[in-house]
Write a protein that binds this ligand. Structure first.
Ligand SMILES: Cc1cc2nc3c(=O)[nH]c(=O)nc-3n(C[C@H](O)[C@H](O)[C@H](O)COP(=O)(O)OP(=O)(O)OC[C@H]3O[C@@H](n4cnc5c(N)ncnc54)[C@H](O)[C@@H]3O)c2cc1C
Length: 477
């Protein structure tokens, strides 16, 4: 997020000075690291949690269209970066991988068909295919077909327009470029607190983790791009707008296969359905990953629990984030979120063998010995005050900013890195109301669909798709 915002601001105001503080010794080692997330270029091509069933038996596709529109902004930002030398060989961070939704059983097949019917005619979902035939299923997804009961009713929707993204590589490249343009990037520097000065500027308290010194940095604008740690820093800044917010951490694991005889049989990101009552981030998926030029398979996620807000965080993160203003929302969520709590308890109790059984729903002949367990990044779900005493648990991301626009931060995890550009454009609009109109022409050069619905402008979408496919190396053979 910070790398995206920094890159946008550097293009708009090259004369502004910029400092980026990172507590770890390299960029993109927390949630954005390639093995800490699933690397799905979230554009709702396959994720069923963006297309819930409606009460009348239909399918609501509005969220899917929004997420896809947001992802288009990211594609354009990255394509512009490649065209202008900010990003190198696109295959180092983005690769084409088909996106597939997978369901079993008549009722779910019926739901997927309705989803397909609702989306297939939409310009952003052009090319979506329906597969409800065992032979075709086996041709496209051999690993998932091997050993499968032929009487099982399975269906998939398929598109060749999906992507796998290495957000860690992307972060490192954007920051490398920012540094070469004069931004002051300091690793092993931890932000400890923020204070507002009498003239309205922020004084940021920073610890140099190498020599233990404390330094203070002044800034007219601060973006708290600390991932799961953002809520604590926004609380320390003492802004009114963070009141009523809390964070609920959920850790996770994936299982990974690097064996080429297995990975060669699966070339897709296949998303299934969450169990009834389970939260959206529990959706199981079997993903082709392309990291550092190597193809692998990732399956999961399996949820875990720790009070840490970052993978490299502290066990005191959650308790120290509790404040009088967020106690009631947290308590209310604790009482009403039985589905999540039950899901977490069941996930924690899962043995390794049981985890492989979950995988076998996707790949029936999967063998435990071919897969290794890896720890994923931390998600800190947003708890928000609702009404006087209530609270709600949210699974999306939300920008929180001070009303004077001098500080902003991003809370939450999903759709996450894929929609970083949309989220950071939102930050620019909220925090720079005096500049945004003057910036618009330059922003439209970087992200031409900024402010435009591509769904309503299919010709523009087609032109931009052709450009981004070509620049990002995603064009179909
Ligand atoms: C299991 C999992 C799967 C996911 N799958 C996907 C996916 O498939 N597709 C997708 O688009 N998104 C996915 N996401 C979400 C995505 O990973 C995140 O939304 C995104 O990476 C967040 O980026 P960020 O810059 O906000 O945070 P991070 O990448 O976490 O970066 C925050 C940085 O701030 C640093 N920091 C924290 N506190 C301080 C401090 N006090 N001082 C200095 N530095 C500090 C951290 O060290 C870190 O480097 C997934 C997330 C998880 C956890």
């Amino acid at each position: 997020m910070s790398a995206t915002l920094g890159s946008l601001l550097k293009s708009l105001q090259p004369d502004w000075s910029m400092t980026l503080l990172e507590r770890l010794d390299q960029p993109g080692l927390e949630s954005s690291g390639p093995w800490n997330n699933a690397g799905t270029g979230h554009s709702a091509l396959c994720e069923l949690n963006y297309t819930p069933k409606t009460a009348d038996g239909g399918v609501d596709v509005s969220k899917a269209i929004t997420v896809n529109e947001q992802f288009q902004l990211s594609r354009q930002f990255w394509a512009h970066g490649v065209d202008n030398g900010l990003l190198k060989d696109p295959s180092s961070f983005i690769n084409p991988v088909p996106h597939v939704s997978f369901v079993r059983g008549t009722e779910n097949v019926d739901y997927l068909r309705k989803r397909y019917d609702a989306l297939a005619g939409h310009p952003l979902f052009a090319g979506l295919e329906w597969v409800h035939d065992h032979d075709e299923f086996a041709r496209r997804l051999p690993l998932m077909a091997e050993g499968r009961d032929p009487s099982e009713d399975v269906a998939v929707s398929w598109t060749d327009h999906g992507t796998d993204v290495d957000f860690g590589s992307l972060t490192a490249q954007l920051l490398g470029n920012l540094s070469s343009q004069g931004a002051d990037i300091r690793y092993r520097h931890q932000v400890k607190g923020l204070k507002r000065d009498t003239d309205g500027t922020w004084r940021v308290k920073v610890k140099d983790l190498d020599d233990g010194r404390t330094i203070w940095i002044s800034a007219k604008f601060v973006f708290v791009g600390a991932g799961g740690g953002a809520i604590q820093l926004l609380q320390k800044a003492g802004i009114e707008e963070i009141k009523g917010f809390a964070g609920f951490p959920v850790s996770g694991e994936f299982i990974r296969c690097l064996d080429e005889t297995v990975t060669a049989k699966h070339e897709a990101k296949v998303y299934g359905m969450a169990a009834v009552g389970a939260p959206p981030m529990s959706v199981p998926h079997l993903d082709t990953r392309v990291i550092g030029g190597q193809r692998s398979l990732l399956f999961g996620p399996y949820a875990g629990w720790t009070p840490k807000f970052l993978k490299e965080g502290s066990f005191t993160d959650l308790p120290l984030s509790v404040r009088p203003h967020n106690l009631m929302p947290m308590a209310a969520v604790g009482v009403t979120s039985w589905g999540l709590i039950k899901y977490l308890v069941l996930e924690l109790a899962k043995s390794r063998g049981r985890k492989v059984q979950d995988l076998q729903v996707f790949a029936p002949l999967a063998e435990e010995g071919d897969w290794e367990l890896i720890t994923a990044g931390q998600r800190v779900q947003v708890v928000r005050k609702k009404g006087r005493f209530g609270g709600s648990l949210e699974f999306g991301t939300t920008v929180v900013n001070a009303s004077d626009g001098t500080i902003a931060g991003l809370l939450g995890a999903s759709p996450g890195a894929s929609t970083a550009v949309a989220a950071m454009l939102d930050v620019l609009e909220r925090c720079f109301p005096g500049q945004i109109d003057g910036w618009r022409p330059q922003l439209k050069e970087i992200v031409p669909s900024y402010g435009v619905s591509l769904g309503d402008n299919p010709t523009l979408y087609s032109d931009l798709k052709t450009w981004t496919d070509r620049s990002l190396g995603l064009a179909q053979a």
